[in-house]
Design a binder for this molecule. Structure first.
Ligand code: ZN
Length: 333
């Protein structure tokens, strides 16, 4: 079936134009786990110019793939020559632009023979990106493919291009969101920028906690325009609040213990000042995400150097309270 008959306003490539698509060496392509090799005579499409050669077909979106008990009625060929068989009704239902204006909204052909009846599209996205896109649209998990961060970014662009709403698919518990979570610790700022650009609240919240390992002042200029004023203000407020709170926690005088014969007032004064000094050292070297254990270690050094058991007890008690307050402080925007 000719695509142009279905949608005169679009001019997609069809499989009749496959020779224009670069065919890469399968051995050089990553992600072998999501496609398998089959020999073309099974399809034997009249417009296919490579009859008799081995091609790559998605494991999930293959010839036997049914959705809503309906066989596939669209063949999608990736830029790097992998086939995906899908369902127009699934793509049209979720897309707000008729899959990039490539599928007519009136298309409803029942595909009795995928060799003859299927709609055919040759798309400029790689197989790994199309696999992520289709998994997302169909609600299939994609974590097992361990998609690299760059593929996820490309998949987001493809989803937007083909009319799929990112806020709908990047929700906690959904496959694409879960795939992103694996990369957030290594790419917190980039993920936060993506969330800000697309108003993805849940992703913004979870990624913001991972930005705390560096100060807000060290954020490079590059992502700031993408983050935008509102989301940057939220991030700045998070970092600023945590640092001001940390300073306040250490800016409280150590409560002196009652007079004891083995600890002079001068000794108690020195202990109090040493505690303040150690606290300021921690503060000036801290990031907004500093682990509470760092406070424990530094103050333990001070405590172990004290000869008075009551001064030691004061330092330990105050340290424990500071750590409790610090680790319970809000870590997300
Ligand atoms: Zn003492």
């Amino acid at each position: 079936m000719d695509v142009d008959e279905q949608n005169p306003t679009s001019s997609p490539q069809t499989v009749a134009h496959w020779p224009a698509c670069p065919v890469t060496d399968p051995k050089e392509r990553p992600g072998d786990q999501f496609y398998e090799e089959i020999t073309l005579p099974h399809w034997n499409h009249e417009s296919y110019p490579h009859t008799g050669v081995t091609v790559h077909v998605s494991n999930t979106f293959g010839l036997s793939f049914k959705a809503d008990n309906v066989p596939p009625n669209i063949i999608i060929l990736s830029l790097d020559s992998t086939f995906f068989l899908a369902h127009c009704h699934k793509l049209l239902t979720s897309s707000n632009n008729n899959f990039g204006c490539l599928i007519s909204p009136t298309y409803g052909a029942v595909c009795n023979n995928v060799d003859v009846d299927a709609l055919e599209l040759c798309l400029p996205e790689s197989a790994s990106v199309l696999n992520l896109l289709l998994c997302t649209v169909y609600g299939f998990t994609c974590e097992q493919y361990l998609p690299p961060f760059e593929s996820l970014l490309d998949a987001l662009e493809a989803l937007k291009k083909y009319g799929f709403s990112l806020p709908r698919y990047l929700l906690p518990g959904l496959p694409l969101y879960n795939a992103f979570l694996d990369h957030v610790p290594l790419h917190p700022l980039e993920t936060y920028a993506i969330a800000a650009e697309n108003d993805l609240e849940d992703l913004a919240v979870v990624s913001s906690s991972y930005t705390l390992d560096s100060t807000v002042h060290s954020i490079p200029d590059g992502p700031i325009p993408r983050i935008g004023f509102i989301y940057f203000q939220r991030l700045y407020k998070l970092h600023d609040t945590r640092m001001k709170t940390l300073r306040g926690l250490f800016n409280v005088e150590l409560l002196p213990h009652t007079a004891k014969p083995y600890c002079s007032p001068w000794n108690r004064h020195v202990t109090s000042k040493a505690f303040l000094f150690a606290g300021m050292q921690i503060y000036y070297n801290a990031t907004p995400g500093m682990p509470g254990l760092d406070i424990v270690r530094t103050m333990a050094d001070l405590s172990s150097a004290l000869s008075c058991p009551d001064c030691k007890q004061s330092v330990d008690t105050r340290t424990a309270q500071i750590v409790r307050d610090w680790v319970s402080l809000k870590r997300t925007v």
